[in-house]
Design a protein around this ligand. Structure first.
Ligand SMILES: C[S@@+](CC[C@H](N)C(=O)[O-])C[C@H]1O[C@@H](n2cnc3c(N)ncnc32)[C@H](O)[C@@H]1O
Length: 250
């Protein structure tokens, strides 16, 4: 039996947002590998072995997946959202590049998922309707001065911005600094959206401005979207709509 690896995105949380392609891969899998809370989303069934591991062991997990595929298993590596966005796809390819030569000939496929910023954007309206960029605010895998440089330049270029991993308990000061930098670069009324647990039962969407925003509005289950200078709110009877117009005047 020939093995394979499929690196699949489970979307932001709601099962309705898992693609049929990912559901089909999971139905064919012999093994599922991933971070504990993501593997917990996979239904157990006869013939399927679940391998849940802790955070920060992405390369070990990737090597394990590739090794099992080399032994003939059909392995799905799961990530939340999209596997190519701050997630397992790059880790698997890093392991593949540095691993035994025979791993390169294994069938490996990336199955996209709905990433958190797009699920959040859809809930709020269309804040990412014009040019935008995405920054991971964690300094686990890159130095803080690089994050600061990217933040400043993105703000100066008037991108809308989506921030992943905004504020962990172990490094709460990063998001404090992020807000300070944004206040230096942008006007006080700039819109900032805190989208927590999007598509899950405890979802909370909060629209604020830079002058009103406080660091505790974000945690590791939040994706933060900062508007461009043109991003605006339509007030109405129901939830307000946040959007960035498609047209930028000269
Ligand atoms: C390691 S990154 C993984 C991102 C994931 N691969 C994706 O495409 O959404 C984890 C971060 O994604 C964001 N995130 C993931 N799911 C989310 C959700 N349902 N609601 C809000 N933010 C979410 C948070 O910023 C969290 O700290």
């Amino acid at each position: 039996m020939s093995g394979w690896v499929k690196i699949a995105g489970l979307g932001p949380g709601n099962e309705a947002l898992v693609t049929p392609e990912v559901t089909a891969a999971l139905a064919e899998a012999t093994d599922v590998v991933g971070y504990i809370p993501y593997v917990a989303r996979i239904a157990e069934r006869p013939g399927l072995t679940l391998h849940a591991s802790d955070n920060r062991v992405e390369i070990d997990r990737s090597q394990h997946a590739l090794q099992m595929a080399a032994e003939g298993k059909r392995v799905v590596v799961v990530s939340s959202g999209d596997p190519g966005v701050f997630a397992m796809a790059a880790a698997v390819f890093e392991a593949l590049e540095n691993g035994p030569r025979e791993w390169r000939d294994l069938p490996v496929e990336v199955l996209p998922g709905i990433t958190a910023m797009l699920a959040a954007s859809a809930r709020a309206g269309a804040p990412l309707g014009h040019d935008f960029c995405t920054i991971n605010l964690s300094d686990n895998l890159k130095p803080w001065p690089l994050i600061e440089k990217r933040l400043r330049l993105a703000a100066q270029a008037d991108f809308a911005m989506a921030f992943y991993n905004p504020r962990s308990k172990s490094r709460p000061e990063g998001f404090v600094k992020t807000l300070e930098i944004l206040r230096e670069e942008c006007e006080p009324e700039r819109l900032i959206l805190f989208a927590r647990a999007v598509s899950r039962a405890d979802e909370a969407i909060r629209i604020s401005t830079l002058v009103e925003a406080t660091p505790d509005m974000a945690d590791m289950q939040t994706v933060v979207i900062v508007g461009s200078s043109l991003t605006r709110v339509i007030e109405r009877a129901g939830d307000p709509i946040v959007y960035t117009p498609r047209f930028t005047p000269e």
